[in-house]
Design a protein around this ligand. Structure first.
Ligand SMILES: [Ca+2]
Ligand SMILES: [Ca+2]
Ligand SMILES: [Ca+2]
Length: 439
C-alpha cells in the first residue's frame, strides 16, 4: 500500500535528518580527537588539586603499584642527608649547598632567591668548579660564602631589580668583580617524565637556529656531548644542561649535597675510589619520583572567556613561538609508567635555548649554552607559584617579583613580544595576566 504523501514527506526528511545527525556526531568526534583539552595540562597525568599541596600530589593515571613506588620515592626526595663516619667526605659533604632535595624544591615548587634555596654557578676560571658549595660539615671549610643583594634597575617607566651576588673566600678575599656569577633558583618539578618523553624529532623540528622564517626567533637545541662522545639533547635545567631526569638528579647529589653516585663516582669534594654515597637503587628511586609528578589542571575551562582571550593575546604577542602551548609525548614502551605515553600536554615550552638579550645575560656560559641563552621556561602551574611558596619569585634567579616583571625582563629574541606587551591597552594586559594566573 502506497504511503500517504504526508508520511512520505516525513520519511524522506527523516533520512536527511538522520544523515545530518550522523555528520554532526562524526565531526564532533573528530573535533574531540583533534582538539585535546588544554585544561588537562598533563594529559592523563593531570593533577586536579590546585591547593598549596598541588605540586606534591602524585600524577594522575598511576596504577596502585606505581603510586606505592611513588610514595616510597617521596621519602628519598625528602631525605635529609648527614655526614657519615667512614672515609673523609662520606655521606653529606664535606662541602655542600643543602641537605635534601626538598630543601630547595620547596613543596616541589621553586625555591626563594636566597642562598639556602638557590645556588650559584660560576665561570670555570674562578676556581670553584661549576658551582659554589657555600656550606661544609664540621671540620671542613666551605668553598666560599655567598651573599645576595638586590640592585634596582630602571626599565622604561618601571623599576625592576637584579641580583648582585657577593662571593667571599674563607680567607676573606672577595671574588674579583670581573668574574661573572649566576644565581639559580630551584625550578618547580612538574611533568618531568612527560617532558622527557617528547620525541627528539619534535624538538628538533621546532628549532630554527638561523631564523629561516624571519620572525626574529631562532631557538636552538642544546646538544650535549657525553663522555662516550655521543650527542644528547639537553632538556632540563634553566639552560637545558641535562639530557635526562636521572642525569639532573645525579648532578644534584654531587654538586648540591656532596654525595657521590655510581653515575657521578667522584668529584672535587669526595675521595675517589670509595663506595658511592648513593646507590643506583636510590638514584633510580629519586628519578622515578620526579618522573611521576604531573602538572595541575588549569583553573578555567577552555570555553571560558578568560581562556579564549588570553590564548589569543598569547598568540598575537608571539609568546607562543617559544612557549609552544601543546606537545605530544611519544609511544615508546620503555617509559617508567604507561600514563606517560601518547599524551597531549600543555607545558608552554619548546625546550630550546633562546638568546634573551643583555638584561638576562649574567656572563656565565655553561657547556654549549652562552651566557645570554636560556631554555624557554615551561609555564604550566605558573599561577600556583606563590600559593606553593609565598616568597617564590620568577625567572632563573628569582629577580622577577611578579609575572608581569618576568615579561618585562624579556629581550633579545623576545624583544618584539615585550614591546607588543607594553603596547597593549591596560585591560588587555590584565586579560593576558589573568590567563597566565589560571595556568
Ligand atoms: Ca665547587
Ligand atoms: Ca624563526
Ligand atoms: Ca660526600
Amino acid at each position: 500500500m502506497p504511503l500517504p504523501p504526508i508520511a512520505r514527506w516525513f520519511r524522506q526528511r527523516l533520512v536527511l535528518v538522520g544523515l545530518g545527525l550522523l555528520l554532526v556526531v562524526g565531526v564532533a568526534a573528530l573535533g574531540v580527537r583533534e582538539r585535546p583539552d588544554p585544561q588537562q595540562a598533563a594529559g592523563a597525568m593531570t593533577v586536579a588539586n590546585r591547593t598549596s599541596a598541588s605540586f606534591e600530589q602524585p600524577a594522575g593515571g598511576l596504577t596502585a603499584a606505581e603510586q606505592a613506588r611513588h610514595d616510597a620515592a617521596d621519602l628519598v626526595f625528602d631525605r635529609t642527608h648527614v655526614p657519615l663516619i667512614g672515609h673523609a667526605g662520606s655521606g653529606l659533604g664535606p662541602q655542600f649547598v643543602a641537605q635534601s632535595c626538598v630543601a630547595c624544591h620547596v613543596r616541589n615548587g621553586r625555591g626563594r632567591a636566597i642562598t639556602d634555596e638557590a645556588l650559584v654557578r660560576v665561570v670555570e676560571a674562578a676556581g670553584f668548579g661549576p658551582q659554589i658549595q657555600d656550606k661544609a660539615v664540621l671540620g671542613a671549610e666551605p668553598e666560599a660564602s655567598v651573599m645576595v643583594q638586590w640592585r634596582p634597575v630602571r626599565r622604561g617607566a618601571t623599576w625592576l631589580r637584579a641580583p648582585d651576588v657577593a662571593v667571599i673566600s674563607p680567607d676573606g678575599e672577595p671574588l674579583s668583580a670581573s668574574m661573572s656569577r649566576s644565581l639559580r633558583v630551584a625550578p618547580p618539578l612538574l611533568g618531568l617524565g612527560l617532558l622527557e618523553a617528547v620525541p627528539k624529532s619534535t624538538i628538533t623540528a621546532l628549532a630554527d637556529p638561523d631564523d629561516a622564517n624571519g620572525d626574529g626567533i631562532s631557538g636552538r637545541v642544546h646538544w650535549l656531548s657525553d663522555a662516550d662522545g655521543q650527542r644528547r639533547l639537553g632538556r632540563f635545567g634553566w639552560k637545558a644542561i641535562s639530557a635526562s631526569v636521572r642525569d639532573q638528579s645525579a648532578d644534584a647529589y654531587q654538586q648540591d649535597m656532596g654525595l657521590t653516585t655510581p653515575a657521578s663516582p667522584s668529584n672535587n669534594l669526595d675521595r675517589a675510589g670509595q663506595p658511592a654515597d648513593i646507590s643506583n637503587q636510590e638514584l633510580d628511586l629519586v628519578t622515578y619520583y620526579s618522573q611521576t609528578l604531573g602538572a595541575p589542571r588549569t583553573a578555567m575551562p577552555a570555553s571560558s572567556a578568560v581562556v579564549r582571550n588570553g590564548q589569543r593575546l598569547f598568540e598575537d604577542l608571539n609568546c607562543a613561538a617559544c612557549h609552544v602551548p601543546a606537545l605530544e609525548t611519544g609511544s615508546k614502551s620503555d617509559v617508567v609508567v604507561q600514563a606517560i605515553r601518547d599524551q597531549t600536554i600543555w607545558p608552554y615550552t619548546d625546550l630550546l635555548l633562546h638568546d634573551m638579550g643583555s638584561g638576562l645575560d649574567d656572563g656565565v656560559a655553561e657547556q654549549g649554552a652562552s651566557s645570554g641563552e636560556w631554555r624557554t621556561a615551561p609555564l604550566w602551574g605558573l599561577g600556583l607559584t606563590q600559593k606553593i611558596n609565598p616568597q617564590a619569585t620568577f625567572l632563573h634567579d628569582g629577580r622577577a617579583r611578579s609575572v608581569e616583571e618576568a615579561i618585562l625582563w624579556h629581550g633579545g629574541e623576545a624583544e618584539a613580544s615585550r614591546q607588543a606587551f607594553l603596547a597593549l591597552a591596560k585591560p588587555q594586559r590584565q586579560a593576558l595576566l589573568r590567563w597566565l594566573q589560571q595556568l
